[in-house]
Every structure is written in C-alpha cells, then in structure tokens.
Design a protein around this ligand. Structure first.
Ligand code: ADP
Ligand code: MG
Length: 334
C-alpha cells in the first residue's frame, strides 16, 4: 500500500506535499528574486507599508506572506496574524467585523499586526471601497497584505496605498530546483529530461507541480514521462465511475487512492465530486433500491461539506458507506 495511505489513515495536512514543502524561508522561495529582496528589506527594517501580492496561482503569494509574518514576530506570529479569504467570507461586512475584532488589541511585539486578505479581487468595487476605508481606519495598528490574481481588478485608491509585488509564473530553472529538492527528500528517481514534462504539465503553477509529483509518487518512485501523462490526462467521469464501482465492490483502498489522485491532480472540489457522483449513479447497472440509498448518502455528505467539514474525510466516509451498502446488497442477493 502506498505510504501516504498507510494504516488505513486519512491524509493529514502535513502529508500533503504542498504543505510539507511550503517554503519556510526566503531562500526556499524560487523564481521570485526581486520580490524576495524587497520583502527581506521590510523585515530588516521591522516596518512595512500595506502590500499587494499579485500574480498567477501557485507562485508563492501565500507562502511569502507567512514567511514575512514568522520573521517579524517569531514564535508569537499567530496572535499577530489574521488570514481571511475574500471569497469565503460572505461579504465585506464580515471582513470588516473580523478586522475590527482583530485590530482592537495592539500587538505586544511590534507597532502593527498583519492581515492577509486572499483573493481580494473577488470583492466587488463597492466592497473594495469599504475595504479601503477599513484599511485607513486601522492603519495605525495594522498592515494589510492583499493577494490577487489580477491587479487590474483592484481599484486605484487601494493600489496607490500599497507597495505592489508582481509574482512571476515560475520558469523552468525554478521548477527544476523545486523538483530536485523534493525528489532528493522523497527518494524519487527522475527520468532524464523529465523536467520538460513537469514544466509543461504544471503550467507554471507550483501547487499543481507539487501535486502532480505527489500523485505520481503514489504509483511509483520512478518518475517517468509516461507516468506524468497517465496522471495528468483528464478523464473525470470515467475515474469517478470507477471510484464508485470499486467502493461498491469492497475495493475500498483502491477507491481511496483514486479519490486522492483526482482531488490532488484535477484539483476538484468536494462539492463537484459529489455532483459528478450523483450524475453517474442513475446510470450504473445496480439495483434501483441501492441507487436510492447511495443518492441519499450523497445528500448527507453534501450537507456536511456545505457546513464546512473536511473534504477528504467526508468523501472517504461516503465511499465507506458505499462499501457497506455494497456488502449488504451482496448479502441480500445471496
Ligand atoms: N516560488 C515558489 N518556490 C517554491 N515553492 C513554491 C513557490 N510557489 C509556490 N510553491 C509551492 O506551491 C505551494 C502553494 O503556494 P502558495 O504560496 O500557496 O501559492 P499562491 O498563494 O501564489 O497561490 C507551496 O506550498 C509550495 O509547495
Ligand atoms: Mg494563495
């Protein structure tokens, strides 16, 4: 059984390579030399303006923010750092309330605390105006780091209040460094010229790169171009159908492995997987009563996901309930 699924365990955050290999220090952040130099200067001064991190996904925006905070506050970073996601928090009012609560108390270690607002470009223009006022109101006690994919979606009055950091898509030398580092630590054997395949498959998104590597390593420690191809070819529905069938037939481990793979590689959200499962169930060649039972389980799981439960755990539990339904069905038919 692959190591990451050993002991029938669930995949914890520390076992996900994008967390395990999240850059911890300025020097771990590849391909963003100019940005890193500027950030280091702010940390040295122990002072900084509001910052805006803009650029494609998986280029190190969240990681750099964490590095800055840990360097500034050391062991006390948690009480000095608030991380919000503009597209999770329902509306600017919630963002403002959370900022207010956080900003009310002064930092014990420094002149300011830091608020990281991810996906700031998800805010409407009106919400951004409100954000600008909030930034001004708390400018004595807080610095904002706004993260977004497109700076053009952020209103000028905010942009002009921030030092803008433009993150570049990672180039081949950067990708090569990251791959070699992980390969060494995980004991992977890299086929010659595999960097070209990995570079193409990652599309410059480092999160995707690391996920592809991890999913490949589940299958084999020898990373070949054939393996990368196999991993990245998209065949959603066939894969999901096969996951359901494996669960129903009691091949729970196999089903879990496949689930992990599509969640990591195709970056599918739990809710999307459930929707696909619900579409596929009616077409399976199984008893109608069993179909009804499976659909009902999907509904329960979907509810839990909406309530914010852990996606891996809920989906694995769903597969387990399919396996149980499968056993019962077999027992009944005998
Ligand atoms: N510049 C980089 N150097 C090394 N690893 C990176 C870099 N950018 C991203 N990664 C990898 O991708 C993961 C996600 O990066 P993250 O900082 O969350 O990206 P972003 O916030 O830009 O979407 C990191 O945990 C790390 O494994
Ligand atoms: Mg991020």
């Amino acid at each position: 059984m692959p190591e990451i699924l050993a002991a029938g365990g669930f995949l914890s955050m520390s076992e996900i390579w994008t967390e395990k290999y999240r850059p911890r220090d300025f020097s771990d952040l590849y391909g963003q030399e100019d940005i890193v130099a500027r950030a280091e200067a702010f940390v040295k001064e122990k002072n900084m303006p509001h910052l805006m991190f803009t650029g494609p996904a998986g280029t190190g925006k969240s990681s750099l923010s964490l590095i800055i905070v840990k360097k500034l506050y050391g062991g006390d970073w948690r009480s000095n750092y608030l991380e919000l996601n503009a597209s999770d928090e329902r509306g600017i009012d919630i963002v403002r309330q959370k900022v207010k609560d956080f900003a009310r108390t002064k930092s014990l270690n420094s002149n300011f605390k830091i608020i990281f607002l991810d996906e700031a470009d998800a805010l409407t223009r009106e919400a951004q105006q409100a954000l600008r006022r909030t930034m001004e109101m708390f400018t004595q006690t807080c610095r904002f780091i706004l993260s977004c994919n497109y700076s053009s979606k952020i209103i000028d009055p905010i942009q002009s209040r921030c030092a803008v950091f433009r993150f570049k898509q990672l180039d081949k030398p950067a990708i090569e460094n990251i791959v070699k580092n992980i390969a060494e630590k995980e004991g992977l054997k890299l086929e010659e010229n595999i960097i070209y395949d990995l570079f193409a498959a990652s599309e410059g998104d480092c999160r995707r790169l690391v996920n592809i590597l991890q999913a490949s390593a589940v299958i084999s420690k020898e990373i070949t171009s054939g393996l990368i191809n196999q991993i990245t070819k998209s065949s959603n529905n066939e894969d999901i159908k096969s996951i359901i069938e494996n669960s129903l037939n009691g091949n729970f481990t196999k089903a879990k492995e496949m689930l992990l793979e599509i969640m990591l590689i195709q970056s599918l959200q739990g809710a999307d997987i459930i929707k696909s499962i619900m579409k596929i169930i009616p077409n399976l060649s199984i008893d109608d009563k069993l179909k009804v039972r499976l659909i009902e389980k999907c509904g329960e799981t979907e509810f839990r996901l909406v309530e914010g439960s852990d996606e891996f755990i809920q989906l694995e539990a769903l597969l387990a309930s399919f396996a149980i339904a499968g056993y019962k069905e077999k027992a009944r038919a005998q």
